[in-house]
Design a protein around this ligand. Structure first.
Ligand SMILES: *Cc1c(COP(=O)(O)O)cnc(C)c1O
Length: 455
């Protein structure tokens, strides 16, 4: 059959609240034109993020009931640990309440002047590195910076640039190399096994530890199976194990491919580092057999990790995101090509060439999609990544994108058809859309809380 169906049926439903344009105008104004500040019941289709927004399965809800809330040594922890180890294969597992807590603990002790290279850091990863005074450096392959360029593994790291970086700055300046799979910042693009192997080889030559930001490891495994020679007959689980076998450890947000609503963890083979990290964990997250999660969360993740590598699930997941991308592209909407694993990224710079970067074309487009159809998306452009240039102006981000992140197992195809229609209608009157300016902003991660106004 050509039609790929959702490989589940719906057991419990949550009504959507339909609003008028006038209601949405008032809500957007009250939110300072920042979609993070909207109340979610003022949103019809919420594509702000795929993080923690997925639907759990009946088996996950059943596992929740089994959650054992003992402070120390809970059986829920041991089920969680076993589920993680069976995929990641690393010796030590450290539970955290979500991905950024894993990052904060992994990066504790970084020093000013040190550099953490990545294919492209996620925003919280970058912020946690910079909070220690170190630098977060993106060295994706050149293709990753050209939205229209098709490449099967557009999330790959530029290993020549990595080699050069280590030569220039010396091994001590590079405490670890990180690769994000799939690469969220570059458009949810996969990283090939060959590239992971090449990164490993560079790290081995210089004795630098290699960690994977593993948030979407299952989606990445599926892309490797589909696109990389030699993997067509391998299961997503086998591919995931091979990926992790190339790294010394990983950070994970279970809110993505953990299919859970909260949670995260660190894995590592480094015993000394694991001991240090556990001490930090106890200081701020919790004891080492729960780390900021409830026993029921540990259970939901253990079950989620088993489900996320299911081939029918992954086929549906990747295909349903592609479906949105293909519809938009066929209608002439510029998107990052090819479609990523968890999201479609609209190229706001191409759609709104009349809005200069400092007037935040991505945010302007995201606000318009909300006003027109109640869709909440997320700007990934100069609001998120713009930097002061030291002369009162700003260095814009490399790309002005709007991310439509698709929550896992939540929306049906007709919801997505509606989304495509809203975007097509918005694109048709793009010339009328106006830019925005920032009226208030915090010192870091400004996109979460900044207030804006139309220019
Ligand atoms: C979500 C995400 C994180 C951070 O995880 P949280 O659970 O949101 O704290 C880190 N890296 C990537 C690639 C992510 O997508």
């Amino acid at each position: 059959m050509k039609t790929i169906i959702e490989p589940f049926r719906i057991k419990s439903v949550e009504p959507l609240r339909i609003t008028t344009r006038a209601q949405r105008e008032a809500a957007l104004k009250a939110a300072g034109h920042n979609l993070f500040r909207l109340r979610s019941d003022d949103v019809l289709i919420d594509l702000l993020t795929d993080s923690g927004t997925g639907a759990m399965s009946s088996l996950q809800w059943a596992a929740v009931m089994r959650g054992d809330e003992s402070y120390a040594g809970s059986p829920s922890y041991y089920r969680f640990e076993e589920a993680v180890q069976s995929i990641f294969g690393h010796e030590f597992v450290i539970p955290t309440h979500q991905g950024r807590a894993a990052e904060r603990i992994l990066f504790a002790g970084l020093k000013p002047g040190q550099i953490i290279p990545s294919n492209a850091h996620f925003d919280t990863t970058r912020a946690n590195i910079e909070a220690q005074g170190a630098s977060a450096l993106d060295i994706g392959i050149p293709e990753s910076r050209i939205p229209s360029r098709v490449h099967p593994f557009k999330g790959n790291m530029d290993t020549t640039a990595l080699e050069r970086l280590i030569h220039e700055h010396g091994r001590d300046a590079i405490p670890m190399v990180m690769v994000t799979v799939t690469c969220n910042t570059a458009g949810g693009q996969p990283v090939s096994m060959a590239n992971l192997r090449a990164v490993r080889a560079v790290c081995d030559r210089h004795g630098v530890p290699f960690y994977i930001d593993a948030c979407r490891f299952a989606e990445n495994s599926f892309f490797i199976r589909k696109r990389e020679e030699g993997y067509a007959a391998r299961t997503p689980l086998e591919i995931a194990r091979e990926m992790f076998s190339l790294a010394d450890g990983a950070t994970m947000s279970a809110k993505k491919d953990g299919l859970a609503n909260i949670g995260g963890f660190i894995t590592t083979n480094d015993a000394a580092r694991a001991a240090e990290m556990r001490n930090l964990l106890i200081l701020t997250e919790g004891f080492s057999t729960y780390g900021g999660m409830a026993g029921r969360d540990l259970e939901a993740i253990a079950q989620g990790l088993a489900e996320v590598l299911d081939e029918d699930y992954l086929t549906y997941r990747i295909r349903s995101v592609q479906y949105v991308g293909e519809h938009l592209a066929a209608g002439g909407v510029p998107i990052v090509q090819p479609p990523g694993g968890h999201a479609i990224y609209l190229d706001a710079r191409a759609m709104l060439p009349h809005i200069p970067p400092h007037q935040l074309p991505g945010q302007a487009l995201a606000c318009e999609l909300y006003l027109h159809g109640g869709i909440r998306s997320c700007e990934i452009g100069s609001l998120m990544f713009g930097k002061p240039d030291g002369r009162g102006g700003e260095i814009p981000a490399a790309m002005e994108l709007v991310r439509l992140a698709i929550p896992r197992r939540v929306y049906t195809q007709s919801h997505m058809d509606y989304v495509c229609e809203v975007i097509a209608e918005t694109a048709a009157r793009a010339a009328e859309i106006r830019g925005l300016r920032i009226t208030a902003q915090p010192p870091s991660l400004r996109h979460f809380t900044a207030a804006l106004a139309p220019v």
